[in-house]
Structure formats: C-alpha cells, structure tokens
Write a protein that binds this ligand. Structure first.
Ligand SMILES: [Ca+2]
Ligand SMILES: [Ca+2]
Length: 198
C-alpha cells in the first residue's frame, strides 16, 4: 500500500514537469525591460605632463623674451571618451597687447598705443606631433608668425585618435631677430582651442 502511494506521487510530479513547458508554449510572453540607447562619450582633454588631464588648462607663460630667444611648449591631448576622434585641429587665437606703459625707445617707433606688435615676430620654428613610436612635423605653419596662423585650424592627426590614445604636441617659437623696439614690453596672449570631430 505504501509502495503505491509513492508511485502515484511520482507520476504527478512527472505530469507537472511535462505540463510546465507545454503550457508556456501557449502563454508565452517575452519581456524586455530597461532597454537603453545611449550615446558614447566624446571627450578630449589636455595635459602638460601626460598624467593628469583637464578640459581647460593654462599651458605656458613666457616672459621677458629678447630677440633671438626660443621657447618650446609641450602638451598632451587625450581621447578620454569612447568614440574615435577622426579629426583634431588646433586653433590659436592670438591677441597683441601693449603691456603697460611704453618704454621711451618703443614710444619713438610705435604709434599704436593699444595694439602690440610682438606676435608678428614670434615665428614657429617647429610643430611636431608624437604618437606612440610615430612622429611627424606640421609643415604648414613652419616659418609663419603667430599673427599669421591666428584663427587658422591646424590639423594634428591623419588617422583617428582611439579611446584612451594620447598625442604629444611640441611647438617651438622663436622671437625673430628682425623685431625692433616697437616690440619692447609687448605682450601676446594666446588662447588655444582644440577642435575634435567624430
Ligand atoms: Ca603698438
Ligand atoms: Ca609695442
């Protein structure tokens, strides 16, 4: 008697197992919840040392230059988003100021008291881009003054900059020996903008 009961329970369990999948065929329901479409992040950032990156960073300040002096500044650009950057250009916005009062020597040759002359004599000696083991020079700006290239988009890459990839950019500028007294104590303010395109 006891043996029978066990069998019956066993059969019921088997039927329930069979009924499970069979039933689900007729009452099938597909659920898809919390679907998302999100845009990837498109973000480039700047660094002086290649370690800490910022969206906005002051890169250089050179004072008391005299004709013949050269200065080099270096910065790093990183793609810290997750979308490739296919085009990256640098735009320098150059402003010429008379820095305070003119020296007597300057006054004798400079009749524009509110506009400086310096940027016309700051000449790009070299603009070089390093990427991994690769490097190249941007020849389109070589020999031009900062005044000449102000506002111009200067292309830095020819292959997409991938996620987390970093470029090092090195620019050397020389204060031309042709500069005269009109450039004494002048000041140039350079805003640099990096334009990245997907
Ligand atoms: Ca002036
Ligand atoms: Ca001046």
């Amino acid at each position: 008697m006891k043996h029978k009961e066990v069998v019956a329970i066993g059969l019921l369990a088997a039927l329930l197992v069979l009924a499970g999948p069979a039933k689900s065929l007729f009452t099938d329901m597909a659920i898809s919840e919390n679907n998302e479409i999100s845009s990837g992040e498109f973000d480039i950032a700047l660094s002086k040392d290649g370690n800490r990156f910022y969206n906005d960073l002051r890169l250089f300040e050179f004072s008391n230059l005299k004709p013949g002096d050269e200065r080099t500044f270096t910065f790093y650009v990183k793609n810290r988003g997750d979308i490739d950057v296919s085009r990256l250009s640098m735009i320098l916005d150059v402003r010429d100021l008379e820095d305070g009062s003119m020296s007597p020597a300057e006054k004798a040759v400079d009749n524009t008291t509110d506009v400086g002359e310096l940027s016309g004599y700051l000449i790009v000696e070299e603009l070089k881009v390093y990427r991994g083991n690769d490097s190249w020079t941007v020849d389109s700006v070589k020999g031009k003054s900062l005044r000449d290239i102000s506002g111009e988009g200067i292309g830095l890459i020819d292959k997409p900059l991938k996620e987390d990839e970093t470029l090092r950019v090195v620019m050397t500028v020389k204060f031309s020996e042709k500069a005269g007294n009109e450039c004494q104590t002048d000041r140039v303010v350079v805003d640099m903008k990096l334009n990245a395109e997907q």
